[in-house]
Design a binder for this molecule. Structure first.
Ligand SMILES: [Zn+2]
Length: 289
C-alpha cells in the first residue's frame, strides 16, 4: 500500500508542471512551493483512500454503524497514516493537516460565496469534516501533538476525547485486517481493472501527462495490491476520467471507482486561500506559549 500510493507524487508533479502556465495562481516564479505540492498530493491520496474505503465497505460487506461517508473518511485517514513507515513525523503530520485544512478551505470558500450548508447531504458538513479529521490527528498522539490544537483551533471540549476516537478507528481497521485480509495461500478473488481517459483539462500537454501516468503503472500497482490483500467477489474498475466537475466516487452498482482529473486541478486552484491560511497558522503557533 505504501509503495502503491507513490504514483500520486509522480502524477501530480507532472500535472503541476503542466498547469504552471494555466489559470492556477502561483508564486511570482511560476512554480509551486514544495508544501503546496504536498497539499495537493496529500489530498489526492486521501481521496483515493476514501473511495477505496467505499469499495471495501460494499465489496466485503463490512458492517457500518453511523454514516458511511464518515467511515470512508476514517479509512482514508488511516490509509494515510499507514504511510508513516516511510515518512518522517514532520512530513506525516503536515500531510494529515493538509487533508484537514482542505475541508476548512472548502468551508471558508462556501461561506464567502454565500452558499447554504448542505445539511441534507450524506457527507458531514465541510467544517465538521475539518474538525473530525483534526481530532483524529490530535488523538493519534495527544502528548506530542498539543500544537495541533493551536493550528486547528480544535476546542478542548472535543479534544479531551480525541484519543478515544482515534483508538476506535484503529480498532476497526485492526479488526478488518485480522478478519478479512487473505492469507498468501488463498486462491481466487477478482481484480480491479484500470481505465484511463485522456485528460481534457485546460492544459496543452495533456497527452504527455496521460502517457507518464500510464507508463508508471502505479495505478495498476494500487489495484493489484488491493486485490491481493482482500478477496474481491467480482471484477471491479478504477476509472481516471473527465467528469466535468471536481469529484470522485465509488458506484456500488457498476463496481467502478472514479477519480476525476478536475479534482486535482481544483486542489491546485486553492493555492491563494491556502497561502493565507498558512500565514494565519504561523501567527497562531507563534502566539502560543
Ligand atoms: Zn464518499
Amino acid at each position: 500500500m505504501v509503495r502503491a500510493l507513490r504514483w500520486l507524487t509522480t502524477i501530480l508533479t507532472a500535472l503541476l508542471a503542466l498547469t504552471a502556465n494555466a489559470a492556477t495562481p502561483a508564486p511570482p516564479s511560476g512554480v509551486l512551493e514544495a508544501d503546496e505540492v504536498r497539499f495537493i498530493t496529500a489530498n489526492a491520496e486521501f481521496t483515493l483512500m476514501h473511495e477505496m474505503g467505499h469499495l471495501l465497505i460494499h465489496e466485503l460487506h463490512l458492517p457500518v454503524l453511523g454514516r458511511e461517508e464518515d467511515a470512508a473518511d476514517q479509512l482514508g485517514f488511516y490509509g494515510l497514516l499507514l504511510l508513516q513507515d516511510e515518512e518522517s513525523d514532520r512530513t506525516l503530520y503536515s500531510k494529515l493537516l493538509d487533508v484537514a485544512d482542505y475541508w476548512r478551505l472548502q468551508w471558508q470558500h462556501n461561506q464567502a460565496q454565500g452558499h447554504d450548508d448542505a445539511v441534507w447531504d450524506s457527507h458531514a458538513l465541510d467544517q465538521q469534516r475539518f474538525f473530525n479529521l483534526s481530532c483524529l490527528i490530535y488523538g493519534s498522539d495527544p502528548d506530542r501533538l498539543e500544537w495541533v490544537l493551536d493550528v486547528t483551533g480544535l476546542p478542548i471540549e472535543r479534544a479531551l476525547y480525541c484519543d478515544q476516537e482515534y483508538a476506535q478507528v484503529r480498532h476497526a481497521v485492526d479488526w478488518l485486517m485480522q478478519t478479512l485480509a487473505r492469507n498468501q495461500s488463498d486462491a481466487g478473488g477478482q481484480s480491479i481493472n484500470v481505465i484511463y481517459e485522456p485528460p481534457q483539462l485546460n492544459i496543452e500537454r495533456g497527452p504527455e501527462l496521460l502517457l507518464r501516468v500510464k507508463n508508471s503503472r502505479i495505478l495498476e500497482d494500487v489495484t493489484h495490491n488491493a486485490s491481493q490483500m482482500f478477496r474481491l467477489p467480482r471484477p471491479l474498475t478504477l476509472g481516471v476520467r473527465n467528469c466535468g466537475a471536481p469529484d470522485a466516487w465509488y458506484d456500488r452498482n457498476t463496481g467502478e471507482m472514479t477519480l476525476c482529473w478536475e479534482l486535482v486541478s481544483h486542489y491546485a486552484n486553492l493555492m491563494p486561500e491556502l497561502r493565507k491560511l498558512r500565514e494565519q497558522q504561523r501567527l497562531a503557533a507563534h502566539k502560543s506559549p
